[in-house]
Design a protein around this ligand. Structure first.
Ligand SMILES: *[C@@H]1O[C@H](CO)[C@@H](O)[C@H](O)[C@H]1NC(C)=O
Ligand SMILES: *[C@@H]1O[C@H](CO)[C@@H](O)[C@H](O)[C@H]1NC(C)=O
Ligand SMILES: *[C@@H]1O[C@H](CO)[C@@H](O)[C@H](O)[C@H]1NC(C)=O
Length: 197
């Protein structure tokens, strides 16, 4: 027995050494391909989707690399958006704690806080509609969150010389909404077989 243990474990060692890296790189490259392919199609179809921003958003999100198909990737995009909107609401509320804000800016920030707070339950509705395949409903919910990000920015733009501390956040939310909306229109265009593979 003792003489057989050596060669067997030697064989197993090489088996795992040889197959391990292949299995790992296969798994990650197929999800990289899915992300790259989805972001490429969405950025071609929708001018509000930037390819680099799209890939970076999925790659930097822990679950982003686990998606196995476009339907799952679309669902993950709604999670990414929800986290972003929640972070943005917290960011506005943090600025509002400052007691020496310019009154005009304070008014704008209060509007933004309300817009983003209302967007959180709207995104829960969007996720539920998405999970049930009600893409038209999900589209309406996501479009209203996209509008919220624009409306937040418009307040600051209405008074000349006002600096918006929300600009980057609004842009992120706007572009993340565009990704989710664009994936849904891809899903609707694809034949069922391709969407499920
Ligand atoms: C929002 O998303 C953008 C793009 O992925 C990211 O750079 C930013 O850090 C996110 N912000 C929050 C608060 O999640
Ligand atoms: C509060 O707002 C004022 C006016 O915009 C600004 O000058 C100051 O740096 C802010 N304070 C903090 C702690 O952010
Ligand atoms: C996508 O992948 C998930 C997980 O493997 C699977 O449950 C689902 O049926 C696949 N297809 C669609 C269209 O969701």
């Amino acid at each position: 027995m003792s003489s057989a243990t050596g060669p067997v474990s030697f064989f197993l060692f090489y088996f795992f050494m040889a197959s391990g890296p292949f299995l790992r790189s296969d798994a990650s490259s197929s999800s990289d391909d899915l992300i790259a392919d989805a972001c490429s199609r969405c950025s071609e179809a929708n001018p509000n989707v930037d390819y680099g921003f799209c890939v970076a958003s999925f790659e930097s999100y822990p679950q982003g690399n686990l998606a196995e198909n476009l339907t799952e990737l679309g669902r993950i995009s709604i999670d990414i958006l929800t986290e972003n909107v929640t972070g943005t609401r917290d960011f506005v509320n943090g600025i509002l704690e400052n007691e020496s804000l310019d009154p005009y800016v304070q008014g704008c920030l209060e509007d933004c806080s309300e817009l983003y707070s209302d967007s959180i339950p709207t995104l829960a509705d969007a996720a539920e509609a998405y999970d049930e395949g009600r893409y038209n409903d999900a589209n309406i919910y996501l479009s209203s969150v996209m509008d919220a990000s624009s409306t937040c920015g418009e307040g600051f733009a209405e008074k000349e010389g006002t600096v918006s501390p929300m600009e980057n956040r609004n842009n992120d939310v706007f572009h993340l909404c565009a990704i989710s909306l664009s994936i849904m229109s891809e899903l609707r265009r694809l034949p069922v077989q391709e969407a499920t593979s």
